[in-house]
Design a protein around this ligand. Structure first.
Ligand code: ZN
Length: 443
């Protein structure tokens, strides 16, 4: 793959550094933490920031009140802060309503969340759609709480405001779009989903310096309510989206996981499977199921978009998921770079997976007299290049994409693509129009 060198380049550190910069911010599905995150991403790519007012009806949902938080703590009877939001933003139940009161240990306990199985870790808990307040702490700390009076203080606000999302559009030769979506609503959690946020940012930066065939639309949205809102606000343009990927959990050392679109046999599904099969890393391909991340909304039956989900370890499959242990030590620059390269490989093949028509279909054209039996700089193996040209010529019948030909021949996509480029330059192939491609692929 032409992208092999990427995994060893500086990109590993650059992605990790962006995650480290975003890690301390207290994000939620709305609020200033989300805006601050998008402003930092704007230092890499000129994304636009969109604000949708509280109360906006979005299909069966309503954009909620905006949540912001300044401070929170629990003090013991000596006035010592024993749980402090300043130490970890996971300490507060995300979307907690404001509270300031004194209460007994028994009363306090009904507002506390811990992980008895992992007694050193702080859980990540939310209460977006039911007004509540609470604190999350390690189970070891919980066990040490004495029977005394406590003071709880949460300086938050939950008021009409906006739901914020970021969007970045790279126009291509075609108005057909590829959607790249990631949720950006989690506070200090690295794999889920600062890894997706950062990789989407660097993929966008990389593609912005190319001249892609497709147009690419990147969105950084709050999970669930964000994709529902985005689909509702942009419904008129959704039909432009021909392929898409949800990016999440891409920084851990687990094997790659590709979750297929609901349709299950779309081009993005086939390309992702091809890339994973031809990469050295372990992988698993799983069928669509209607929970998980925002693919749930893109693949709801009313849209049924060709959107899959690329992950390493899926949500819930690693104990660190939604805990303070999903931190900067849980992810690794090398794993992030591998994920970046896999994602870029998928988009590279998708963007170049075209259909051609042989202009000399009656018997083989004479390649020697056109100088096509000479090797070229990109494919050193002359015999392989010859074979690739024969495969491309024979199957460029308007029915087969270059990926079809790569799979039939067992020759890598890039060698097949290179052969097609050379044959095209010698007028032995003609590019099929996109309309025809789609028609043919549907049959
Ligand atoms: Zn999550």
């Amino acid at each position: 793959m032409i992208l092999d060198n990427i995994a060893s380049s500086d990109i590993a550190q650059e992605i990790y550094q962006l995650i480290a910069e975003l890690y301390p911010i207290c994000r939620s599905i709305t609020g200033n933490g989300f805006r601050e995150t998008l402003k930092i991403i704007q230092q890499y790519i000129p994304l636009s920031i969109h604000e949708v007012p509280t109360g906006t009806e979005v299909f069966d949902w309503t954009v909620p009140n905006e949540w912001n938080i300044k401070d929170a703590y629990i003090k013991n009877s000596q006035g010592e802060k024993i749980v402090d939001f300043a130490n970890s933003n996971l300490h507060v139940l995300n979307y907690s309503i404001p509270v300031h009161q004194k209460l007994s240990l028994a009363e306090l306990k009904s507002h506390l969340f811990t992980l008895p199985d992992y007694p050193d870790w702080i859980p990540y808990r939310t209460s977006y759609y039911k007004e509540a307040w609470g604190f999350c702490l390690s189970h070891n700390q919980y066990l040490q709480l004495k029977d005394e009076e406590y003071e709880v203080y949460i300086n938050s606000s939950l008021e009409p405001g906006h739901l914020t999302y970021g969007e970045y559009f790279i126009p291509g030769e075609s108005t057909d779009e590829v959607l790249i979506s990631c949720h950006a609503c989690h506070p200090s959690l690295c794999n889920d989903n600062l890894s997706g946020i950062a990789i989407a940012t660097f993929i966008a930066k990389y593609l912005s310096q190319s001249n892609p065939r497709y147009s690419y639309r990147f969105i950084w949205i709050p999970g669930t309510i964000g994709s529902i809102t985005w689909l509702a606000v942009n419904e008129a343009q959704v039909s432009n989206i021909k392929h898409g990927l949800v990016l999440t959990c891409l920084g851990d050392g687990g094997k790659f996981t590709y979750k297929k679109s609901r349709r299950g046999n779309t081009e993005i599904d086939r390309v992702a499977a091809y890339v994973l099969k031809n990469s050295p890393q372990e992988y698993e391909i799983i069928d669509f199921f209607p929970y998980g991340y925002d693919e749930r909304q893109y693949c709801s039956p009313g849209f049924n978009l060709a959107v899959g989900c690329l992950m390493r370890s899926p949500h819930g499959s690693f104990p660190e998921y939604h805990t303070s242990a999903d931190d900067l030590n849980f992810i690794h620059p090398q794993y992030l770079a591998e994920s970046f390269a896999q994602c870029l490989s998928i988009l590279h093949i998708l963007d170049n997976n075209q259909v051609f028509l042989n202009q000399n279909p009656k018997c083989e054209p004479q390649l020697g007299k056109r100088g096509l039996y000479e090797g070229n700089n990109e494919v050193k193996d002359k015999r392989l290049h010859e074979m690739a040209m024969l495969w491309v010529l024979n199957f460029s019948d308007g029915q087969h994409t270059l990926l079809d030909i790569a799979q039939k021949s067992g020759i890598t996509f890039d060698v097949i693509k290179n052969a097609a480029d050379r044959l095209l330059a010698h007028d032995l192939l003609k590019l099929m129009t996109e309309f025809v491609i789609r028609h043919e692929l549907c049959n």
